[in-house]
Ligand binder design. Structure first.
Ligand code: UDP
Ligand code: MG
Length: 312
């Protein structure tokens, strides 16, 4: 029988986990011809997430857990789950039931019967989300798809079932600055997309503030595009051209009409504009440099404190 590993990143999800466990049980029962393992990755929760998961692990031997020494972020939790799963197939699911488990049979069929390497999901609505957040999200997807090789789909969730081959491809990208949506797109393979209406989380609250999302989007851009680095040269070339034309005009004008002193406000404008552009370009350089800096340190992506997968 094929084994599906369900990987669930959990950060302060004590309220949501019981609902999740119940729902995933129902789905697992429906899929009689597959075995399951459920890997809960506790990402340094400050509530009772660990003890709840351990309770389930005592009752149900398919329940596995990995517990981090602190909060390393969802990307690290995904990586840890994939690294420690044994399944022929692996699926990533949020603990808050925003990734509906009832889609799983349909996803599994598409891989086994239709030969896809992975089945991913995207939500077609952003119901229940603040409008300003939706607006910025849309803008982000427009920009990043223009400037990056990785095909990053608007509304795509991390909820995705994939083959062992694809799991290994993801694990082979061992970068420290992980941006899963980009990694999935970058490695290629045949992906089927299933669309569904946005569901609000069943309990607890979202861990993403607007500011956190904004930083995450910058991470996505630096991880999968070098266009911002090239922008400085493009602007530089353009400004140099303009300056060159200006010089000719001013020289000719001075020769023909003399040189009455005037125009310091316009000079100030030019100086401030150029100063601003230079700082911006240095800032962009700094972004990439800082990522390179962290990457070269080769720090581990996560640190385990406790688990029931490895022999002790
Ligand atoms: N999560 C995590 N570590 C974090 C933040 C979130 O493991 O630092 C998990 C969280 O427990 C949930 C999933 O990632 O299972 C998605 O988080 P959330 O529902 O807060 O995000 P949203 O659905 O609002 O984008
Ligand atoms: Mg959620």
């Amino acid at each position: 029988m094929n084994l599906i590993s369900v990987i669930v990143p959990c950060y302060n999800e004590e309220e949501a986990i019981p609902y999740f466990y119940e729902e995933i049980q129902k789905t697992a029962q429906k899929m009689e011809d597959v075995d399951f393992e459920f890997i809960f990755v506790n990402d340094g929760s400050k509530d009772n997430t660990v003890s709840i998961v351990k309770e389930y692990a005592n009752k149900d031997e398919r329940v596995k857990y990995l517990s981090f020494s602190r909060n390393f972020g969802k990307e690290a939790a995904i990586y840890a789950g994939l690294q420690n799963c044994r399944g022929d197939y692996a699926v990533l699911m949020d603990a808050d039931l925003q990734d509906p488990p009832y889609l799983l049979p349909e996803m599994y069929e598409a891989i086994v019967d239709d030969g896809y390497d992975s089945v991913a999901t995207r939500r077609v609505t952003r119901k229940g989300e603040p409008p300003i957040r939706s607006l910025f999200a849309r803008l982000f997807y427009k920009i990043i798809n223009k400037i990056s090789d990785a095909d990053i789909v608007d509304g795509a969730r991390d909820y995705r079932l994939m083959t062992r081959q694809m799991v290994d491809a993801i694990l082979s990208m061992s970068e420290y600055n992980r941006f899963s949506k980009g990694i999935f797109g970058w490695i290629g393979f045949n992906t089927k997309w299933i669309e569904f209406e946005n569901v609000e989380r069943v309990a607890g609250e979202t861990k993403w503030s607007f500011w956190k999302l904004f930083k995450y989007s910058l991470e996505g851009i630096t991880a999968f595009s070098i266009v911002p680095l090239q922008l400085a040269s493009v602007i530089g070339v353009l400004l140099s051209l303009i300056a060159f034309i200006f010089i000719i005009i001013i020289v000719v004008r001075t020769i023909m009409f003399g040189d009455p002193v005037s125009g310091w406000p316009s000079t100030m404008c030019v100086i401030i504009l150029l100063g601003g552009l230079q700082l911006l370009a240095i800032g962009v350089l700094g972004q990439y440099l800082s990522k390179t800096y962290l990457e070269t340190k080769k720090r581990p992506i996560y640190i385990l404190k406790d688990d029931n997968i490895h022999e002790k």
